[in-house]
Design a protein. Sequence first.
Length: 218
Amino acid sequence: MVKQFVFIFLLQFAFSVNAEEKNVTPEATKKPSVSQQKLEAFLSNAQSISARFKQKLVDQYGFALQESAGTLRMQRPGKFYWDYVLPYPQSIISNGKKIWMYDSELEQVNVQPYDQVLASSPINLLDKNQKLDVEFKIQALPFAEKQHWLKLLPKNSESDFKEMVVGLSDGKIKTMRFVDNFNQTTQIEFEQLVVNPEFAQSQFEFVAPQGTDVLGDF
């Protein structure tokens, strides 16, 4: 679950980057590419999303290490519910205050304070109102696979990942790829992505089933 958990924070970070920026950087004076404009428009507009996803982890030689799939819902600020159904059921839930990592087969849930998890991670810039070029060096890539592509290179040398590649189709994120510091690549493909669905607060809460072992701060 560790790899999945790290990836979720990377995605939550990308989702939380806001296109409305108060500080002007040298990069901001340049005319953004079509891909950058589309991504920033999506991030500015999307206050919540829901989707189905397929996720794949490959090593530096291209060999598949893990494949998974499931559904997700996310809402600013700090709320998400990732429900993995393959290769085995797992759920990672946040209400913006606590994070639950639940394994139904082990009948175990690990609970951690949201702020504590962020404080211990280089990805601690969630929910900051920053433009893409504040956190990343941006490279537009050629249009391919019916998607507009953008490569984002983190300016923070302590980042969990070396690069992020984002593909957009019809104004929505379709593909995301992260290359980590072990040269492993995580790719996620979104399907049936809905922008700004309405969620009840209860959809980002977790109640441990009877008999579940609870670890951490509940």
